[in-house]
Design a protein around this ligand. Structure first.
Ligand code: FAD
Length: 459
């Protein structure tokens, strides 16, 4: 990077917040996808004014800038694809305000998801999206990727909770979107435009979030099935019953077998297992809801239903679901967690199709699904050091995307597009959609400095 630019950056953020040492640049070249590309320098920003000054400088010199939270992206969205500068947001990590009667909090983007909920615990409220990476992922990253989690069917995703944003645009100007009210229709919904935009339209520097009352009671059960279509029928019956479970997770037989190989949980090696949770404010309420769900399970081919009557028993039922990802990472050198979504009624068909792809290609795929919102994670387990296998995995990925889209689904429900799905955007979206996306990008970031090479944009 040009010496004068480095001097200007140091004068904006201070010496302690600038780095171009090799060891730091190698770290900043990766996120959790395994994709990588090295930046020329990285900075930690601490104020909105610093973000604005840096973007103004970068824009004038056409230097690519990649915002970064905790780097837990599974799609390469935090990888500085075109080099340039990484802007690390993790030091903007203050909870600025908590207003329970207004049901909202205001945070800086570097606040870690779990830290916000730990702070809120005593208030009886919480911020629900709950990504599995919540111990480290930042709320700025959650907003930029529209993160979700196992409770999506009942509580939705990050998008459902963002009230307003402060965003620094590529030219350094500062935009305020939305309002600190529960309702707002004054003008275009720019807040929703920025949620999920993966740092390609602006850098988020402040976020107001709606919070929900924290449920005080829950009950968990598991149910096993002899076939995927049977489990799919049970999912549909639960969704038709009028009860919205707080968790409705499905694990297929390769997942159950993998957990058995690596743990002593001794799971039944059936075609599918459902994990269901209801939550609410009294034990009576959650038991009543679970009673209706158990009727739906019994009436739709569940072989065995296990219901937890204590917290310890519930933990045991959760153990298999919590173990899966870690177990799969131990089976081979690489895992690739896909993130397709199909209409809820098509979950079983998609799961069968995934197993068909695995059988035909010989590539191991173990699948877990947030069945309650149709979000399916086929996890491809493979040897990334074998070029032939890498080629096969690429083909498998393409097949999975095509199958999901043919069923009326989408490429991604939570992990985003990043680099890994950029080449497939045209498969899901028509040319008019891509033209509008490119037009918006061009309006907000005419020099294409913000996180270039993501989302399938023409940059
Ligand atoms: C083990 C594991 C489990 C996971 N489980 C889930 C899950 O259950 N649900 C889920 O949704 N995701 C999950 N993820 C993916 C990932 O954690 C989420 O996408 C998360 O929201 C990323 O947050 P981050 O702070 O790490 O952001 P990063 O990975 O650093 O960045 C992600 C994107 O956000 C942009 N960005 C970051 N901060 C800002 C900002 N302030 N302004 C503008 N753009 C910004 C980056 O440029 C990038 O495009 C998981 C990842 C791992 C490794």
């Amino acid at each position: 990077m040009d010496k004068k630019i480095i001097e200007s950056l140091v004068s904006i953020v201070g010496e302690d917040n600038f780095t171009d040492t090799l060891i730091d640049l190698v770290s900043f070249s990766y996120d959790s996808s395994g994709l990588n590309n090295r930046p020329e320098a990285a900075i930690w920003v601490q104020t909105t004014e610093q973000v604005a000054a840096v973007l103004k400088l970068a824009n004038a010199h056409k230097i690519p800038v990649t915002p970064r939270g905790a780097g837990t992206s599974l799609t390469g969205s935090a990888v500085p694809r075109q080099g340039g500068l990484v802007m690390d947001m993790s030091r903007m990590n203050k909870i600025l305000a908590i207003s329970i009667e207004d049901r909202q909090v205001k945070v800086q983007p570097g606040v870690v998801f779990d830290d916000l909920n730990h702070t809120l615990a005593d208030t009886g409220f919480f911020f629900p999206p709950n990504p599995a990476s919540g111990k480290v992922a930042t709320i700025g990253g959650n907003v930029a990727t529209n993160a979700g989690g196992v409770k999506g069917a009942k509580y939705g995703t990050t998008r459902d909770y963002v009230l307003d944003l402060e965003v620094v645009l590529a030219d350094g100007s500062i935009l305020h979107t939305g309002a600190k009210t529960m309702k707002c229709v004054s003008g275009y919904d720019l807040t929703r435009l920025f949620v999920g935009s993966e740092g390609t339209l602006g850098v988020v520097t402040e976020i107001s979030l709606k919070i929900d009352p924290l449920p005080k009671a829950s009950v968990t059960c598991t149910a096993t099935f002899e076939s995927l279509p049977q489990a799919g029928k049970a999912v549909s019956a639960i969704m038709r019953s009028g009860i919205v479970p707080s968790v409705l997770e499905l694990m297929d037989s390769p997942s159950l077998q993998a957990v058995n190989k690596a743990t002593d949980l001794d799971l039944p090696e059936v075609a599918a297992m459902l994990l269901v949770e209801t939550d609410g404010f009294t034990q009576h309420e959650v038991d009543w809801q679970m009673g209706i769900i158990i009727e739906a399970l019994e009436g739709n081919g569940a072989i065995k239903i296990a219901r937890a009557s204590t917290t310890e028993e519930a933990e045991k039922l959760w153990a298999a679901r919590k173990a899966i990802y870690g177990v799969l990472t131990r089976l081979n050198y690489n895992v690739l967690a896909e993130d397709i979504v199909v209409p809820i009624s098509k979950v079983a068909s998609m799961l069968e199709a995934v197993m068909g792809v695995s059988e035909r290609s010989g590539v191991m795929i173990a699948t877990v699904a947030h069945a309650g919102d149709g979000n399916i994670h086929p996890v491809i387990v493979y040897d990334g050091t074998d070029p032939e296998e890498v080629k096969k995995v690429k083909q498998v990925e393409g097949e999975l995307y095509k199958l999901a889209i043919a069923l009326g689904g989408t490429l991604t429900g939570e992990h985003g597009v990043g680099m890994s799905k950029a080449g497939y955007m045209g498969l899901e979206h028509d040319p008019v959609f891509m033209k509008v996306m490119n037009g918006l990008k061009d309006f907000f970031d005419p020099n294409a400095i913000l996180n270039p090479g993501k989302l399938g944009l023409d940059v």
